[in-house]
Design a protein around this ligand. Structure first.
Ligand code: FRU
Length: 504
């Protein structure tokens, strides 16, 4: 019998299931799904997450429509893949506390990108094989039709900056049960023929011209401050267990290192995402599968807040691409820390800019809409009453007309509530203290905003191209939205707001 293992983590009736299924979850599930106890790390990790879950899930600052672990610390999204009718997302998990520590892979899946189902921990360190952490990576289907995870394996007592290996795991068809590949380590530093790559990590697989490639991040010349590079390897067999180093695909012009490279074709252009210990950068250009070199033409930032990092992308069946980032910077001590961004759909705008939109399926989480049309503002403001919750989506289509600036203030019901302020002066978007260039062409000074408030998470999408994510202190329910035009007149053509439902 195969246990529907995901059920043990459902949030709604967690306590009921916790009491009744803890024996199953802690002892029987690992045994019956694997047929052996290979490592008691999984038993202890599952118990630690379960023990922390009631407190984490009762915390009023914990987001409800962003993916999180049932409890404890998470960071990067890992291995997003659409397979056999499910969107699967893995994530870096430290199961033993709500601070960072040795990493495991947590797992969730969804049929529709709106509702998600927590699943058992997918990967844990194989201490018996000399592994102490399983770091970020990707998930793919190899040439023999087998699901494979590639990830960075960290050994006990070794500094990850100086020594790492890239390992693989083979999955069952439901992607719930994984076994480490007998071919491990599948990529070692020996491939580099003596060239030292520091912080060598985060494998990501892509295909071009019927070849399979893998990129990793890292840096050279650490003694001189580090030169961030994306390294490229070409698969030598369909099982993806043999790889050849093809050199440095791209040197990041600045930045000490490159973490979590993602490289993919969007339309007819190649896009590289890298996380350089700072704001996530993207580069757009051409890739030559013969020489394995990438030549970017343009670049930009994926998010102008300082809380979005280490994004990972997934191709969906219709060829479109989604991205999730790790949202960080939450205060500690709540039994949970970190969540993933909303899924963002990537495309090109008519004038060739990288467009990021919240995945359309998120509209399934909307409750009852409130709506206003054509609010004319002449050097003054209007105050609107928002749905009575702090899990909200707000959509605003504003024509700045002659106004020098426009300001949206979302303020909780309490007297001393700190407002969330989003403003534009026609050339720059400002969300609290974060700024992004956003020129509004003269004659068409249109600002379209999608604002998501999920308790302590704020994600703002402006004109489909600029994103700013912030960690906030959650507004209380009973919030109002004040829209103000300064130094001229503006028209808020359409304002809509919805209470948002939980994804669990
Ligand atoms: C990015 C990162 C990755 C690494 C992982 C470890 O946040 O540092 O480079 O694989 O986190 O959790």
């Amino acid at each position: 019998m195969r246990l529907e293992a995901g059920r043990i983590f459902r949030h709604d009736d967690f306590m009921f299931r916790f009491r009744h299924l803890s024996l199953f979850a802690l002892v029987l599930w690992p045994l019956c799904s694997r047929g052996e106890i290979t490592n008691d790390a999984i038993v202890r990790a599952t118990a630690a997450v379960q023990a922390a879950a009631p407190r984490a899930q009762a915390d009023p600052t914990r987001p409800v429509f962003h993916v999180t672990a049932p409890a404890q610390w998470i960071n990067d999204p890992n291995g997003p893949i659409f397979y056999k009718g499910f969107y699967h997302l893995f994530y870096q998990l430290h199961p033993f506390s709500d601070g960072s520590g040795p990493k495991y892979w947590g797992h969730v899946r969804s049929r529709d990108l709106a509702k998600w189902e927590p699943l058992p921990i997918a990967l844990w360190p194989s201490s018996e094989a000399g592994e102490s952490e399983v770091w970020s990576g990707c998930c793919t289907i190899n040439g023999e039709g087998k699901p494979m995870i590639f990830y960075t394996s960290i050994a006990p007592g070794k500094s990850a900056g100086d020594h790492a290996e890239q390992w693989a795991a083979i999955g069952d068809d439901d992607l719930i049960t994984w076994r480490k590949s007998p071919a491990n380590p599948v990529l070692t530093e020996e491939l580099h023929g003596g060239k030292k790559i520091y912080d060598w990590r985060d494998p990501f697989i892509f295909h071009d011209k019927k070849k399979t490639f893998l990129v990793t991040g890292g840096n050279l010349n650490r003694a001189r401050g580090g030169q961030a590079v994306v390294n490229i390897y070409e698969a030598q067999n369909v099982g993806l267990t043999q790889w050849k180093y093809r050199g440095v695909m791209f040197q990041i012009p600045e930045g000490a290192t490159a973490e979590c490279p993602n490289f993919f074709k969007l339309g007819d252009q190649w896009v590289l995402f890298v996380s350089p210990y700072g704001k996530v950068q993207y580069f757009v250009g051409d890739f030559d599968a013969e020489t394995c070199r990438f030549k970017p033409r343009t670049r930009g930032l994926l998010d102008y807040g300082s809380s979005f990092y280490a994004p990972n992308t997934m191709q969906v069946p219709d060829g479109r691409r989604l991205v999730w980032g790790w949202l960080n910077g939450f205060p500690g001590g709540h039994g949970w820390n970190g969540c993933l961004s909303l899924p963002r759909l990537l495309s090109w705008s008519r004038d060739g800019q990288l467009r990021q939109n919240p995945a359309p399926q998120l509209s399934r989480l909307r409750g009852k809409k409130v709506e206003w049309r054509n609010i004319h503002l002449d050097n003054g403001s209007e105050t609107l009453t928002l749905p009575n919750t702090n899990t909200l989506e707000i959509l605003a289509e504003i024509d700045l007309k002659t106004a020098k600036s426009i300001e949206l203030r979302i303020k909780g019901g309490a007297q001393d509530a700190q407002p969330i302020i989003v403003s534009s002066d026609g050339s720059e978007l400002q969300v609290m203290n974060a700024k992004a260039p956003l020129p509004l062409p003269n004659g068409e000074r249109k600002l379209n905003l999608r604002i998501f408030i999920d308790r302590s998470v704020l994600e703002v999408f402006a004109n489909e191209t600029v994103c700013i994510t912030k960690i906030i202190s959650p507004p209380d329910a009973g919030a109002t939205l004040e829209i103000r035009a300064n130094g001229g007149s503006a028209n808020a053509k359409l304002v809509q707001a919805w209470p948002m439902k939980t994804i669990w």
